[in-house]
Structures are given as C-alpha cells and as structure tokens.
Design a protein around this ligand. Structure first.
Ligand code: SAM
Length: 290
C-alpha cells in the first residue's frame, strides 16, 4: 500500500497523476487538473497534437511523452524510471478520464505492482455525465464500453446481456450508432427503455429518451443527429427470465434429438440469453462428444 499527502496545491515528485480532461467543454477542466498540468515535469498523453491544443489554451509549454495503445507497454520502464528519479508525470487522454475506454491500464497496473505512486485527479467522463442526466436507474449500472465493430460480434456481446437487470452503458461512434440501435432493439426488444446522449457538454448536446425503437426512428429521421459522439444507455430487463424458468439440460435433450449441437445451442441461447459458445460446449457434453 502506498499513499501521498493529497492537498490541492501540493504536487509531489515521484507521482503519476491520472488527470481527467474535458469531453467537449473546456470550462469543465478542474482547478486541480490545471495545477497538476502546470507543475508536472512531464505530460504523458495519448495524442501529442491533441494535448498540445489543451496546453496552448492554458498557456503552458510542457515536455510531452506519447502513451497510446501501440507503445504503452514499451513506455512503462521509461515512466517508472522518471518516477523513481522523483519526477511528477500527468497522464491525460484525448478526452475524459484516462483508462476509461482509453489507454493507461497496463501502465497504472505496472506502476502499482512496483509500489509507485498513482494519484487520480477526477473530472469529466462521458459515462457518468450521460448517466447523471439520463433519467434511467443509476443505483446499479454496467459499463460495457465499445462493442465490437462487426455486426455479428456486437450481437454476440449483447445476447448474454438480454437478462441483465442493471442499466447498461455503451460508447458508440457515428459510424455504427444506427446499426447498433437496430441490433439492440432486436436483442433487447424494441420496447426496452433507453437513453442516447449525443455531443455531451458541446453546443449540440442532445438527449433522446424513450424506447430503443423510438430512439432509432428519431435518429434515422435526421442525418445531422447521427453525427458526433454517443453514449447509449439501455434500461435493465424488468422481467428477466430466471434460470429456473429454463431447465437447459432438459431443453438440450429435447432439441438434440432433432438438431445438431450448434443449432440447439443457438436456440437455447436465444431463449435464455446465455453465452452461445458455453452452451455449445454443454450440448457436446450432453451428447457425450467431449
Ligand atoms: N475516456 C473517455 C471518458 O472518460 O468518457 C472516453 C474515451 S472513448 C475513446 C470516446 C467515446 O466516449 C466516444 O466514442 C463516445 O462514445 C464517448 N464520448 C466521449 N465524449 C463524448 C461526448 N462529448 N458526448 C457523448 N459521448 C462522448
């Protein structure tokens, strides 16, 4: 366990500060984030050009170190070395909170394993910003981040969530928003409650609230509304199928008398919302093939 005294104005050497930055509105940058960025010896960032613009806005000139998905593991030793030599480093991503669907996890994990100090400087995140104004239950929620790019992969990720009772939160881009809403309506039902938050904290911030089917229609009706950045929130299933409602072993015995294991597993997965691959394995076991 490591700890550093945490007062607003004390920026310590030998610490990696994980600094949240705005998701659109520069006025959302916290006073403490500005202090850390001002005093840090180095700024580790996802995209140097992007962060340079933020620093220019603050009138700061800093030494930048790029840390992105492709070089992050190679940077760990270098950053750990800087921290051991007593330098302070601010880690930022292009927008919002680093590590939340952004680079930084391998770095923070490695620094913690080496007993080095990591201090969060909290601020905006699209996930919490969207949830806070969506009007969906927030007592329990499940953050699912980005879905796979291919439609089939997205369906496979969503299927096991059909019986989830907590609010589900997804990040989505303009390229896939309409297709994702259509797949969600298919998997969760077009009547399932949802909220889509677009362009949060920016000039054209818009919230769509209603059923998945309605929201998809509203977005389809206006090309401009499919531009920008999106957070998709889906209400939990109000009437989840309970495990006892389906005796999967019994279902398999009935289906396997007529169908190959793959087809049987697909049907049981549709009925129960359980993972297709795990069910296929179960089907093979029931058939005595493994
Ligand atoms: N680290 C960021 C955070 O804390 O929210 C998320 C980074 S992730 C690479 C970018 C995704 O977050 C976007 O594709 C979008 O789904 C969501 N996002 C970021 N800014 C947003 C905004 N202003 N409005 C809506 N969604 C946003």
């Amino acid at each position: 366990m490591t700890s550093v005294p945490n007062t607003a104005s004390s920026i310590q050497g030998g610490v990696l500060y994980v600094v949240a930055t705005p998701i659109g509105n520069l006025a959302d940058l916290s006073e403490r984030a500005v202090q850390v960025l001002t005093k840090a010896d180095l700024v580790a960032c996802e995209d140097t050009r992007h962060t340079q613009k933020l620093l220019q806005h603050l009138g700061l000139r800093k030494v930048l170190l790029s840390v992105h998905d492709h070089n992050e593991r190679d940077r760990i030793d270098q950053i750990a070395g800087h921290l051991r030599e007593g330098r302070s480093i601010a880690l930022v991503s292009d927008a919002g909170t680093p590590l939340i669907s952004d680079p930084g996890y391998p770095l923070v994990q490695a620094l913690r394993a080496q007993q080095l100090n990591v201090v969060p400087v909290p601020g905006p995140s699209a996930l919490i910003t969207a949830l806070s104004a969506a009007g969906l239950p927030t007592d329990r929620f499940l953050f699912e981040g980005f879905l796979p790019h291919k439609a089939g992969g997205r369906r496979d990720r969503l299927q096991p969530l059909a019986n989830e009772t907590a609010t589900m939160v997804f990040y989505e881009s303009k390229h896939r928003i309409l297709e994702t809403l259509a797949i969600m309506a298919e998997v969760f039902g077009a009547e399932r409650g949802a909220c889509v938050a677009r362009e949060l904290t920016k000039t054209f911030e818009t919230f769509y609230h209603g059923s998945l089917g309605d929201i998809a229609l509203q977005l389809q009706a206006d090309d401009d509304q499919t531009k920008g950045e999106f957070v998709v929130m889906v209400a939990g299933n109000p009437e989840p199928a309970t495990a006892s409602a389906f005796d999967t072993a019994h279902l398999f015995r009935l289906l396997l008398a007529e169908l190959p294991p793959k087809k049987a597993a697909a049907i049981v997965s549709d009925l129960t919302g359980e993972n297709k691959k795990a069910l296929y394995q179960q089907a093979l076991e029931i058939q005595g093939k493994v």
